[in-house]
Write a protein that binds this ligand. Structure first.
Ligand code: E4P
Ligand code: PEP
Length: 359
């Protein structure tokens, strides 16, 4: 009697995927890009260590779906980054992996042609090329690490990592974060619970051993050192925002109770703006004023921004797609982005000036 088949009953196919080493050979790191990644990571770490008084802002599209528009955005952002570099470090939000509430397009790596062909091999190589191009422009990049294998393919080009609201409680993501080379922001859960992010920081700060892959794409017992640069990202949830001064004070107390550094990033989007992009400027303005009034714990902000405001459904005929407009969450447009950042920089400059005068 042949043995009954008991494995892979719901797996339709295993298709070939090049190893991280092979993808990196096709899109090799350059000196200029490496310098930009290293400088970005160093600046963020110094902000978290309070050696750099600036605020970092992770700003960019909810997701990258069109590399041409994405690079157009990056060039605009670089000019703005240089203009406000005395008070802010701008990090481009380069999100390729989208965690969905139920179903939907899961991002450029998963389905780069947006036609359900799921050419992860192509998506990975193009995502890496995009990150390289942005790094060569001289901008640090921030991304959400969702697939625990993916950082082996492009982690060398990232300066800041987010663990999303849906995965902050996941052991797999905490283990992965313990080995990442960047500071990692853990979001509060979608129901607003901050405890999961605090537990995630504690877990990721410790060394872990877990199943992963190496550069050659082989299964490997991955042994990590632990990541000392975990921090929380407040994104609202459970039907209420958490960027107000009371929520921030509660987060500070929770961090102090857990004996963690009081490092807080505020996401101006998601549940903090009821997913309405027009509220993002109000959230940012409020938080920047909290900093001006003396808040010491907010070290960063996040903005979902694109060239064109709003969002669009993915059309069956992709030639009908609006240029520079999100296909996931609605974003603020470029003009609003400039305004938000310039206004914030002006307030921070003024605050810096009065502190210097008082000193
Ligand atoms: O920022 C992205 C979205 O909020 C997240 O991926 C969830 O999206 P969804 O609820 O549309 O699936
Ligand atoms: C999915 C995202 O955010 P959150 O995890 O806060 O929902 C995101 O920033 O794209």
């Amino acid at each position: 009697m042949p043995l009954a088949q008991t494995e892979n009953l719901n797996v339709a196919a295993f298709d070939h995927m090049p190893s991280p080493e092979e993808v990196k050979a096709r899109v090799p790191m350059t000196e200029r890009a490496a310098a930009s990644v290293v400088a970005g990571r160093k600046a963020i770490m110094e902000i978290l260590d309070r050696k750099d008084p600036r605020v970092f802002v992770v700003v960019g599209p909810c997701s990258i779906h069109d590399p041409v528009a994405g690079l157009d955005y990056a060039r605009r952002l670089k000019k703005l980054a240089d203009e406000v570099s005395d008070t802010m470090l701008l990090v481009m939000r380069v999100y390729f992996e989208k965690p969905r509430t139920s179903t939907g397009w899961k991002g450029f790596i998963n389905d780069p042609f947006m036609d359900d062909s799921f050419r992860i091999d192509v998506g990975m190589e193009r995502a890496r090329k995009f990150l390289l191009d942005v790094s060569e422009i001289g901008l640090p990049t921030g991304t959400e690490a969702l697939d625990p294998i993916a950082p082996q393919y492009y982690g060398d080009l990232i300066s800041w990592t987010a663990i999303g609201a849906r995965t902050s409680e996941s052991q797999t993501h905490r283990e992965m974060s313990s080995g990442l080379s960047t500071p990692v922001g853990f979001k509060n859960a979608t129901d607003g619970d901050l405890e999961v992010a605090i537990n995630a920081i504690i877990s990721a700060a410790h060394p872990h051993s877990f199943l992963g892959i190496n550069n050659q794409g082989q299964s490997a017992i991955t042994r990590t050192r632990g990541n000392p640069y975990g921090h929380v990202v407040l994104r609202g949830g459970g039907g209420r925002p958490n960027y107000d001064s009371v929520s921030i004070s509660l987060a500070e107390q929770a961090l102090a109770k857990a004996k963690l550094a009081r490092n807080i990033v505020v996401d101006c989007s998601h549940a903090n703006s009821w997913k309405k992009p027009e509220y993002q400027p109000l959230v940012m303005k409020d938080v920047i004023h909290q900093i001006r009034e003396g808040n010491q714990s907010v070290v960063g902000l996040m903005i979902e921004s694109n060239i064109v405001a709003g969002n669009q459904p993915i059309p069956a005929d992709l030639s009908q797609m609006k240029y520079g407009c999100s296909v996931t969450d609605a974003c603020v447009g470029w003009e609003t982005t400039e305004e938000m950042i310039r206004n914030a920089a002006a307030v921070l400059r003024e605050a810096k000036g009065s502190q210097e005068r008082a000193a």
